[in-house]
Design a protein around this ligand. Structure first.
Ligand code: ATP
Ligand code: MG
Ligand code: MG
Length: 582
């Protein structure tokens, strides 16, 4: 019964111990029918983590018994993602590796009188199971057919003599048990589908219920860790191992992880893609792991998040801000600070000569030499971000406005706005400022970032496109009908992606890219067209990375300054503070 420890035959235990040396073996068993998502990050951490703390190993097993939705692309993506999170599987295997062995055991089970071929329709099976009104349960007419007949019929299923739905192999379990997982589950069904690995070799495929426990058993898995919805399956899992007298692992359940303001299920993701509401399953607004990766999220932030949640027994929906806080914490450690302006406006320092050129040294991380430093030019013409200027100041406003003084990051002397020049349409075109003498005015209350207009030094670095991601869903739980009566799709915020053109950064940004391109790891990444390791903090704005839409050949990345042909596309990974909207 669920909850009880399984009794394992002593001789099977001995065999198991001989095979494993008594070590822990777990497995992470995804179905290759989609990308992994943030929930899987918990499953990965639970399985690899449990093995690791016990000095054991963890396998990656593709649970590929539903050929219709499974594809090689997902197989590749899953292994890539597991490695990206920093885990290396002990073995990479497939349930389909065991198709012959599973089939042989199905024959064995039938021979033991514990399985039978059934020709009932799905509706009929429903009725037998007590139907929707939960009436009396009853056995199907095929349940007591002779073993020899079932063996012959099963052979016919395998030989393609039955069409889909005409025959299944069912396990002869216990219809009197209160657990529906004991009501003669289907072990094999007919499916004329080409499998991504075995092609058309098979036209019958084992079900999850038949496959999972046996594969665990073959691999000498010690702890079969799975999510809570499999709680009732624990009994059928043990039943089958016992019925076949094979080594029986222990199944333990843990809670599923969800995060707010998103959907994770593959079906929902497909709908979002089909309707063009996202650019694909790795759209950075989604919470698939490839999406988070593309967005620039460091893998250690995801692992820290998963570790913090621990192995909870209950399913949980975690506020997405908790994940974001881990992302900020990680980025705070690793991201060099760069000055940038999303919407630049020109500043002319009227009392500096036109050819004024100073180099100002800035640490990539304040008070921390470890990330190194860079040098930016300081010239008569600069850019600041439009959000740091107001035409009308107020008492609690400390940045730039006519007559107001503000500090420039890394510069000893502040500037004061003396005039505003307008274009023909009357819009602010440039700010005329005075570069104050040291000590001439009080220490400014605010410091803002700036970028020099100095083409000779490659400044500013033009950022062709900056993508700002806001939550894809307006509500924490888009599936909650009481909050979103028109269904989760109606909750999509169609303005959740903002695209900014014309942004600029200081030359440090280019230095960071070049520094990356000069390392072996960076070269390999760039050659693949991946720029995700380039993560920076644009001071006072947020954390950013280069999206894979960036066009930057390796040779170009090694140039002294940004080449004309490059196209830099940036993703905002996360804001600097939890409550910052933009
Ligand atoms: P989905 O319904 O999202 O496709 P799934 O359970 O079908 O998820 P699998 O590929 O079968 O996805 O999952 C592989 C492993 O990851 C399983 O052990 C599963 O229990 C676990 N897992 C899947 N989703 C979550 C989640 N949200 N939280 C924790 N573990 C999960
Ligand atoms: Mg599954
Ligand atoms: Mg699923």
């Amino acid at each position: 019964k669920p909850g009880e420890n399984p009794q394992i035959k002593p001789e099977l235990v001995a065999e198991h111990l001989e095979a494993t040396g008594g070590g822990v073996i777990t497995r992470f068993p995804p179905e290759p029918n989609g990308y992994l998502h943030i929930g899987h990050a918990k499953a990965i951490n639970v399985n690899f983590g449990y093995a690791k703390v016990h000095g054991g190993v963890c396998n990656l097993r593709y649970d590929d018994t539903n050929p219709e939705g499974e594809e090689q692309e997902y197989v590749d993506s899953i292994l890539d993602t597991v490695r990206w999170l920093g885990f290396e599987p002990h073995q990479v295997i497939y349930s389909s590796d065991y198709f012959q062995r599973l089939y042989d055991l199905a024959v064995d089970l039938t021979r033991r009188g514990l399985a039978y071929v059934c020709h009932c329709t799905g509706d009929e099976i429903q009725q037998q199971r007590g139907g929707p009104e939960r009436g009396e349960r009853f056995a199907c007419p095929h349940r007591d057919r002779p073993v020899a007949e079932s063996l012959a019929e099963f052979q016919k299923m395998k030989d393609g003599k039955y069409a889909e739905g005409e025959a299944t192999l069912r396990m002869k379990m216990d219809l009197t048990d209160g657990n529906p997982q004991m009501w003669d589950l289907v072990a094999y069904r007919v499916l004329f589908a080409s499998h991504h690995r075995t092609g058309t070799e098979w036209c019958i495929y084992p079900t999850y219920d038949f496959t999972h426990c046996l594969c665990d058993s073959f691999e000498n898995i010690t702890h079969s860790l799975c999510t809570r919805e499999f709680y009732q399956s624990r009994q059928s899992y043990y039943w089958l191992c016992d019925a076949l007298e094979v080594y029986k692992p222990v199944q333990w359940e843990y809670g599923r992880l969800n995060v707010t303001n998103t959907v994770l299920s593959k079906r929902n993701l497909k709908v979002l893609c089909q309707k063009g509401l996202v650019s694909g399953q790795d759209d950075p607004r989604l919470y698939t792991l490839p999406a988070l990766r593309r967005r620039g999220v460091p893998p250690q932030a995801i692992n820290a998040f998963a570790r913090e949640l621990g192995v909870t027994a209950a399913d949980s929906t975690i506020e997405v801000v908790r994940l974001e806080n881990h992302i900020r914490d990680s980025l705070n450690e690793i991201a060099p600070r760069i000055m940038a302006a999303l919407k630049p406006i020109k500043v002319v320092l009227e009392n500096l000569p036109a050819d004024h050129l100073e180099e100002i040294e800035l640490l990539y991380r304040p008070r921390d030499e470890a990330l190194g430093k860079h040098s930016v030019p300081f010239t008569r013409t600069l850019y600041i971000d439009a959000s740091d200027f107001r035409e009308v100041a107020s008492a609690d406003y400390y940045r730039l406005a006519p007559g107001k003084t503000v500090g420039l990051n890394g510069v000893a002397r502040p500037i004061t706005c003396t005039a505003v020049r307008r274009d023909a349409a009357g819009a602010v075109a440039e700010l005329v400022c005075r570069y104050e003498n040291e000590g001439a005015c009080a220490k400014p209350s605010a410091y803002i970032q700036w970028v020099a207009d100095c083409p000779a030094r490659g400044s500013p670095v033009r950022l062709d496109e900056v993508r700002i991601y806001n939550p894809l869903f307006k509500h924490a739980n888009p599936k909650d009908k009481s909050v979103v009566p028109d269904g989760w799709l109606s909750d999509v915020d169609v303005d959740s992606l903002e695209t900014v053109h014309g942004a600029i950064a200081d030359v440090g940004f280019w230095d960071v890219i070049r520094r990356h391109a000069e390392t072996d790891a960076g070269k390999a990444e760039l050659a693949k067209g991946s720029f995700e390791a380039v993560r920076v903090q644009f001071m006072r704005i947020g954390y950013f990375t280069l999206d894979k839409d960036t066009v930057l050949p390796l040779a170009a990345a090694l140039e002294r300054t940004r080449p004309e042909a490059a196209r830099l596309v940036l993703n905002r990974i996360v804001t600097l503070k939890e409550d910052a909207k933009k």
